[in-house]
Design a protein around this ligand. Structure first.
Ligand code: FES
Length: 141
């Protein structure tokens, strides 16, 4: 069965990059993005810190309980948990090694969730995170 455009964007582009505007700029294809699959429990997601790849500062967290993935970004002293849903019209976003892109209309976000390129005007939803023992807790409230 052919995937719908939405399912392709949501599931097919985690490893691929951006197709932006008429130029079809491809970026990052072939790069691998580590994905951790888990479940939401008590409005929280728990990610063992040892799931974070040693050679990258980003990884994707996927739960069947959520419409879109979360991109975890390891900063110096904290983690950003960015909801991969475009603030323009709600399309699922794709992450490359350097940025977050919306393949529908071309918005681009940085790893703090800030808009780098419109049409999106609002930053990405950022969930609170905390580290307890060897786990990263993402609060979905
Ligand atoms: S839904 Fe992402 S730019 Fe329009």
């Amino acid at each position: 069965m052919m995937p719908t455009r939405r399912s392709f964007i949501k599931k097919g582009c985690v490893h691929c990059a951006a197709i932006i505007g008429a130029g079809f700029l491809l970026e990052g294809c072939g790069s691998s993005m580590h994905m951790y699959k888990t479940q939401v429990s008590d409005k929280k997601i728990i990610v063992p810190l040892n799931e974070f790849p040693a050679d990258k500062n980003i990884m994707v967290v996927r739960s069947k309980d959520m419409e879109n993935d979360i991109l975890l970004v390891k900063k110096n002293d904290h983690y950003n948990a960015l909801y991969l849903q475009c603030t323009h019209e709600g399309v699922g976003l794709s992450a490359t090694d350097k940025k977050i892109v919306c393949t529908a209309h071309g918005s681009v976000f940085d790893f703090d969730g800030n808009v780098l390129k419109e049409p999106a005007l609002k930053p990405l939803k950022k969930f609170e995170t905390s580290v307890i023992e060897n786990n990263l807790i993402i609060s979905l409230t």
